[in-house]
Write a protein that binds this ligand. Structure first.
Ligand code: GLC
Length: 437
């Protein structure tokens, strides 16, 4: 609130009239002036930034990054709202909020696959002029690309991700096996370790009908030389022979009983628990598993290794690029405060702390070689190569629908609701129709 000089003088003369003693008048006037001159920032309510967050991460954000940021910026509060645990469900919540009108969210914590859709719909503020080319060059290029749409930048990468293959190095060594290079090696070793009674299961992967199924499938598809949607030509490859080979491999793992039948209901965490309990020899998952599976209370602490996903003899495996980043809702009334928060959350200092706490993957390239990080996660320098070569899920505005189509038909093929041929024919033609609209 601003007070004019006139108002101050009027108030002082009123005070003088009321109190006759000069000393009382002096101190009362002094107090009055002090009160009147309190800077507006101290009397104002802090700016509140709302951010919806995947449930599994909300607590860590609140206790760590958000707390640190608020201490450094007393005028800004961040209200972290806990959402569901699956990325597609979280995306649905953001989408409905935007469609209903003014979104209540200021900061948008986005999976790498959401940016084209959110940007095309006009829900995000353009961040292109807020960051220089040099500042952007510090991040992994694929993570930055995942935040662009039609030449503009809408998301600053907070953390990266890339699908990997975990294996029990102790069991492989003991049985005289080298780490697998191909799908065939993976099956052979799985069967052998299962027959020897070393594990209940050979290989676990995410088979539930949700976004994680699409991410996992992209890797197997890449390993067989197939593709989902070519982002440049919009050609769809789901009904091609490579795609059927990828499904045949996944189905065979269930048939051979190296993968539990229940895999078609598993998300990341169910598969991690099986592997961490020592029940499986191999696991497809994201790098966060490393820290948990090597924790003091983990039965397989020190017994696991990690490598890029296997492929076929003539085609190396593929890692699916995942990752999360921050954008600003176009309707936010506090874009400057939101940008301040993004700058802090994506800074080297904040990322280092977050990565050491969670075992996630940095988006800043320097952190893959950071001494503190490498001391805890010795495989990170190599992981940078994997991230830089990772396969993007199609960066198209209709991604959510395309993924939904793939998830439905793939799930149906895996659970024997449809033959893989029929399912993929239908998935491909629905996707082609979608991309024409
Ligand atoms: C991880 C990845 C994200 C992916 C999701 C699938 O959170 O970072 O990109 O979509 O898993 O479950």
């Amino acid at each position: 609130m601003l007070y004019s000089l006139m108002a101050k003088l009027q108030l002082m003369s009123k005070i003088k009239q009321k109190f006759k003693s000069p000393i009382v008048v002096f101190f009362t006037v002094l107090l009055g002036i002090l009160l009147i001159s309190v800077p507006p920032a101290l009397t104002q309510q802090p700016v509140v930034l709302n951010m919806l967050m995947i449930a599994s991460e909300a607590q860590t954000w609140k206790e760590s990054l958000v707390k640190d940021f608020q201490e450094k910026n007393p005028g800004i509060r961040i209200n972290v709202i806990e959402g569901p645990n699956a990325t597609n469900l979280l995306e649905d919540l953001y989408t409905s909020a935007f469609i209903l009108g003014d979104s209540p969210y200021d900061l948008i914590n986005m999976d790498v696959i959401w940016t084209p859709k959110f940007a095309a719909a006009g829900w995000l503020a353009d961040l292109s002029n807020r960051i220089t080319k040099d500042e952007l060059a510090a991040f992994s290029p694929k993570d930055v690309d995942g935040g662009r749409y039609e030449g503009k930048l809408y998301r600053i990468p907070m953390r990266s991700d890339a699908g990997m293959l975990y294996y029990r190095k102790d069991l492989l060594q003991e049985a005289g096996f080298e780490p697998p290079e191909t799908f065939a090696d993976l099956v052979k070793i799985s069967k052998a370790l299962k027959e020897k009674g070393k594990v209940d299961w050979g290989y676990v992967w995410q088979g539930r009908q949700y976004e994680g199924l699409a991410a996992m499938f992209v890797e197997v598809l890449e390993g067989f030389g197939g593709y989902w949607v070519n982002p440049d030509t919009l050609e769809v490859g789901l009904d091609q022979p490579e795609s059927l080979k990828a499904i045949a491999f996944l189905k065979q793992t269930i048939k051979d009983k190296i993968t539990p039948e229940g895999v078609t209901t598993y998300q990341e965490e169910e598969t991690r628990r099986i592997f961490q309990n020592g029940e499986a020899a191999f696991l497809r998952n994201w790098p966060y598993v490393w820290a948990l599976a090597n924790a003091d209370d983990s039965p397989i602490k020190g017994k696991l290794a990690i490598r890029p996903m296997v492929g076929t003899a003539d085609k190396g495996g593929g890692a699916c690029l995942g990752g999360w980043g921050l954008g600003i809702a176009k309707t936010s009334k506090h874009p400057e405060a939101a940008w301040k928060a993004i700058q802090y959350f994506t800074s080297e200092e904040a990322q280092r702390k977050f990565i050491l706490q969670t075992g996630f993957v940095p988006s800043r390239q320097s952190l893959f070689k950071d001494p503190q990080i490498v001391a805890k996660y010795p495989h990170y320098p190599e992981l940078l190569q994997v991230v830089n070569k990772a396969v993007l899920r199609p960066p198209i505005a209709q991604y959510a629908q395309a993924s939904d189509i793939l998830q439905r038909y793939l799930s149906s093929a895996l659970t024997n609701g449809m033959t893989p041929e029929k399912a993929m024919k239908a998935a491909a033609s629905e996707t082609r129709r979608l991309l024409k609209t």
